[in-house]
Design a protein around this ligand. Structure first.
Ligand code: IPM
Ligand code: MG
Length: 346
């Protein structure tokens, strides 16, 4: 029997990125050892340093090499020395587009002992997964700036919504909900965004018909923001467009202890996918050893599930659940928390 082995590309990136990726790798090594598979890593030097040195963000040759990996683990990109948008659009959004990573999977779960921004909630109240469309909407880069006259600019940002893209992401949300016995809520703003909203609604109904056992609901995005705070139990799986998903996933992170406690997957089902903590590069605490590695470790768990290593993924989830409260309650640093997680997962 051949040993299971996975080639993992690493984009450690900027700020706290390398620190949290190092801890995710310790945890992955412990799980690999316990489960009997191998992880082979390849580093890709991408992010602010490379850009400042060479003006390159994601050269085609590097993208080509990345395509040969089984998965990618990314730390964070962003640096105050680089103008906003350069790395975000040139690296993160480009990877999502080029690799057709059409699902942005963002689970938010409140762990025992982690304080929520909401009072009086328990872990049973907060376990929701946002399935965010990750290739189009307002992120498609369509729009223009025209000059209507001196000092009269007209800027448009066009939201692209195709039946195909909405269908595939909705199907992913239903598959997930069916597997886990959960409901799916579509979040949009169909009362104002009539064209895109009607397309989303029609596709949602069509896909829902194939999953009669999955309860469904619809919520306008503004109401969803309110209800996530006042009645979070209403939500289990949310499927929504790119920008709504971006905003609501930060809100969800706030409800489960903060951006340090959530991970994500940029997923092309069955194909090469990119896993990253939801937090950014946090330059203010880079190098201090204070970064919370939990988001990166959760992302590594999502990666194992995507690779079919279910039992390894379960180990990581259980390790995070057992350690998170201790992290929230104390002063432990990045390395120490990584050590606890590796120990619990191994
Ligand atoms: C996220 C981030 C990105 C996004 C930025 C950095 C481009 O906010 O992953 O949620 O808007 O998708
Ligand atoms: Mg965001």
């Amino acid at each position: 029997m051949t040993e299971r082995s996975y080639r993992i590309g690493l984009i450690r990136g900027d700020g706290i990125g390398p620190e949290v990726v190092a801890e995710a790798l310790r945890v992955l090594d412990a799980v690999a050892e316990a489960e009997g598979f191998r992880i082979e890593t390849t580093d890709y030097d991408l992010g602010a340093e490379r850009y400042l040195r060479s003006s390159e963000v994601l050269p085609g040759s590097v993208l080509g090499e990345i395509r040969s990996q089984d998965s990618v683990l990314l730390g964070a990109v962003g640096d105050p020395r680089v103008p906003p948008g350069v790395l975000e659009i040139g690296l993160l959004l480009r990877l999502r587009q080029e690799l057709d990573l059409y699902v942005n999977l963002r689970p938010s779960r409140l762990y025992e002992g982690v304080p929520s921004a909401l009072g009086g909630v328990t872990p049973a109240d907060l376990n929701l997964t946002i399935v965010r469309e990750n290739t189009e909407g307002l992120y498609a880069g369509k729009g223009e700036v025209t000059l209507a006259g001196p000092n009269e600019e007209l800027a448009t940002e066009v939201s692209i919504n195709t039946t195909q893209a909405v269908h595939r992401v909705t199907e992913y949300a239903f598959e997930l909900a069916a597997r886990e016995g959960r409901s799916v809520t579509m979040v949009h703003k169909v009362n104002v965004l009539e064209r895109a909203g009607s397309l989303w609604q029609r596709v949602f109904k069509e896909v829902a018909a194939d999953y009669p056992a999955v309860p469904t609901a619809y919520s306008h995005v503004d109401a969803a923001a309110l209800l996530m705070v006042t009645q979070p139990r209403r939500f289990q799986v949310i499927v929504t467009d790119n920008l709504f998903g971006d905003i609501l996933s930060d809100l969800a992170a706030g409800l489960v202890g903060g951006i340090g406690y959530v991970g994500s997957g940029n997923i092309h089902p069955g194909g090469l996918s990119v896993f990253e903590p939801v937090h950014g590069s946090a330059p203010d605490i880079a190098g201090t050893g204070k970064a919370n590695p939990i988001g990166a470790v959760i992302s590594a768990g999502l990666m194992l599930r995507h690779l079919g290593e279910e039992s390894g993924a379960d180990r990581i989830e259980a390790a995070v659940a057992s350690v998170a409260g201790k992290v929230a309650g104390g002063q432990a640093g990045t390395r120490e928390v990584g050590g606890w997680l590796a120990e619990a997962a191994g």
